[in-house]
Design a protein around this ligand. Sequence first.
Ligand code: PLP
Length: 391
Amino acid sequence: MSIKQLDNIYVSNTYKRFPVCIKEGKGSILKDDKGKEYIDLGSGIAVNTFGMCDEKWIEDVTNQLNKLTHTSNLYYTEPCVELAKILCEKTNMKKVFFSNSGAEANECAIKVARKYASIKKGEEYYNIITLKGSFHGRTITTLSATGQDVFHTQFKPLTQGFLYASPNNIEEIENILKNNKCAGIMIEIVQGEGGVNCLEEEYLKKLENLAHKYDLVLIIDEVQTGNGRTGKLFSYMHSGIIPDIVTTAKGLGGGLPIGATILGDKVKDIYTYGDHGSTFGGNPICCAGAISVIKRLDEGFLKEVLEKSKIIYDMLKDTKGITSISGLGLMIGIENQKDADEIINRCIENGVLVLKAKNKIRLLPPLNIEKENLIKALEILKKICEEDEEE
Ligand SMILES: *Cc1c(COP(=O)(O)O)cnc(C)c1O
């Protein structure tokens, strides 16, 4: 039986896979089981920061694999401490809790915000404001935080205490705050799954002010936008706002599962012994992968991310059929007159892998993608968008 057939029998039906079986890859080039090559503009959903099987990353992870693999959190280990220190130094934040995924990083942040509010304002201040169109994860609580009804149906009752506001509408937030007892607010600077929608800088500044006024814990979900994806280490850094908690995962480990909840001064000591935990969290292997990634995201590298972003905007603007382009850095949403699925399938036929977000084509290429490969893939995508328009 083919891998596709076996997958259909033995793997839970949660994913609608594209008809491609990826066998191997190097950098931004992936190869399927028939030897066909693809330029990868998805990087495993913003995970493979340095593309597939990056040599430096393999070396750093392999060194760790040969030294120490897993200890549990009952003991001190060096990679965990080193990674926490780097993340704090690069963000000016204070402490880190490690987990294994974006959902867990957010779950941790929600618990911190609730405990903070419970101590400072009272247990009834448990509500957390999130935005419509957001995506924060698949656990029952992060699903509740996710401001999209489509994810909620058939999984109720959800965790209580989440209130949804429209993005870029500060009055709605003010109204919610006047009428509800709130612990915090959680946002994505660029909504990923929600359609690559950016929050406005002025809105972010006002949110920050409201967070101060009401003593809210301001949580930025950087699971997708973090780790250089938008051309800054974290996307909140474009605006200069100062969050209380930053959560991240996806690209942090460069292909290994790791989540981080980075805590600012206000909440750094909210947790005490026994409040939270994770068996795998801070695992030496995943931390070694993350250290390898974070150390390479220096100013020069991030500048190149922004240059490549400009290439995308320049090449795709004024393309027939494309009605809008949104996003920051190498996180781009492209709205089209034609159905996104149709374009994605045409891209696959022509050796380019792109993603979808709502009705948009979403691009999340490896951050180190060679300009030639990026341009080659964009030429194919552009042509497909134009052809579709003529039909
Ligand atoms: C992907 C994503 C998550 C969930 O991360 P998992 O690792 O799948 O649990 C949460 N928030 C945002 C913004 C994401 O893009």
